[in-house]
Design a protein around this ligand. Structure first.
Ligand SMILES: [Zn+2]
Length: 87
């Protein structure tokens, strides 16, 4: 999985299986965890059949930073919620 992260230059990724993969040295990075959990919430809200095609389309059409799902997920990075990751 690390090779996939390297390919895209990501520190973490949410997978279609509703799983999150985070680089081991970032496992306690709360903003990063909240960002990825926001993607899980987006999947639950919009459904997988909308989320996955749209986030891939937006990645190529708008770019990563300007993707609407990414913009929304970044808003949750500064939340005060704490999460513990199961390793
Ligand atoms: Zn994201």
């Amino acid at each position: 999985m690390t090779k996939v992260l390297d390919l895209f230059g990501f520190d973490a990724i949410t997978l279609p299986t509703r799983s999150i993969y985070i680089r081991p040295h970032l496992i306690d990075d709360q903003p990063l965890i909240r960002h990825e959990l926001a993607h899980i919430a987006q999947i639950d809200r919009d459904g997988a059949f909308k989320f996955w095609p749209k986030i891939v389309f937006d990645y190529f059409w708008h770019g990563y930073q300007a993707s609407p799902y990414e913009i929304e997920a970044r808003k949750y990075e500064s939340s005060s919620c704490m999460f513990h990751v199961k390793q």
